[in-house]
Write a protein of this length. Sequence first.
Lengths: 304, 188
Amino acid sequence: MPVSIQFRQALGKLVLPALILVACGVILLGKADRPLIEKLRMQTADLLAPAYGLVAWPQAKLRWLSGNLQDIRNLEAENIRLRAENVSLRHWYDVAAALADENAALKSNLHWIPDNAPAFVTGRVVRDTSGLYARAVLLAVNPDTAVHKGGIALDGSGLVGRVTEVGKRSVRVLLITDSSSRLPVTLESSHAAAIMAGDNTPLPRVIFYPQDNVPIEGERVVTNGEIESLPAGLPVGHVHYLRPGQPVVVPAAALDHIDILRIFDYEDSVSPPDAPGRVPLPNVGRTMSLPSQFQSHPDQGLHG
Amino acid sequence: MKTFTPPPIRPGIHPRSGLGYRIDHGMRSSVPCLFVFFVALVLSAPLNLPGQVELMPAVIMATVFLWSVFVPVLMPSIAVFMLGIWVDILSFGPAGVMLLMMLIVHGIALSGRYTLARVNFFVLWFVFGVVMVGVTALQWVLCSALALHIVEFLPFVFETVLAFGSFPVLYTGFVWTYRFVVNNADPS
């Protein structure tokens, strides 16, 4: 269809404002229908996961190689240190073995119900999707493994985060340092409950701790069994004071270079009984009996 | 009706518009957009570069700005829109914010291009810096508004500084690409 030059120019001038309007629409859509955007992103990430794996593999090899070279250089000092540590560990091994025996004996005496062993899958971190706004990593997993939203990610030494999105071949793990991460924790020495709140810095803050029982510098922080999918007692890190009155958690997991993660499924490990703490009410019509001296009208109960 | 056909000026200079020529021409013309496409792809890969997250918007904004000022034919609005969607899908930030920023930078460059294309390089650099400050401030405001709390602004300052600092390098790259790739000049 032939159109006049003026019309075409006018149309051309309208394109950019229209596109900017559409962009605003996309922002609103992203806010209104978050699952749609996340699905799109996860599908793209799924497609790109093998490529990301290819990029990550030589890096891991290189790191391994340079680590090896450094190890060779420090062999002598390392050996001396390890010998000293070994002596101390032997001692602790004996203590632990004795305690384990004692624990087993006590548990057998108490008819202890053993915990279920949780199921887990292990995956390699293929991409750090941390940006200006979030702290998260993408994990490549086998298509047929069952990873659920809410799975708990641990590395060798501590809690890393929780699974927030699940794709076919990749899952996204929101780190404990993300600004939207809030986890109930227990401080081990002071026995206080607190909330660990991420703020996009490497050290999540400790908030809502009791004011008469402040966190102690260096005490261990473990998870607290308050939420269903997260069992109590997983190691998180230790308390450190950046400045007086500002306690933070130094994570035990190496969050700056996460290589391999295990995703645990604690979903149905402990299911609470129905309506915990519910006190059955007395039947309607039955009244509480008071001692006779308090009863003004013997035929009328407390509630009339 | 007899239509008017202009007489061929300097016959023999015109390249033959065969299939090979058209493919070649299309490849050369799509270099700017492909560059943005691959920058987004590569900088979202796990390279563990320091400042990688902040580098992506910096490089993309400078590229969009330069091509929109000097050769808007090769960086049309609709392509900027598509690239914005692509960048948004690859980065896990609030949806649409990068897209909006790219369109705004493109719009500013387009509307001021008759002035900007003639000014000194340093003036252009300064103008780009001012645009980046404005756009990054907008990004920060949008991110804070969409996250419903004030996000830390230092990464955004870093992003602006990085964009400002990488501009001369990208300008050199742009001039080289324009001369030797898009226009196929003789490097000698």
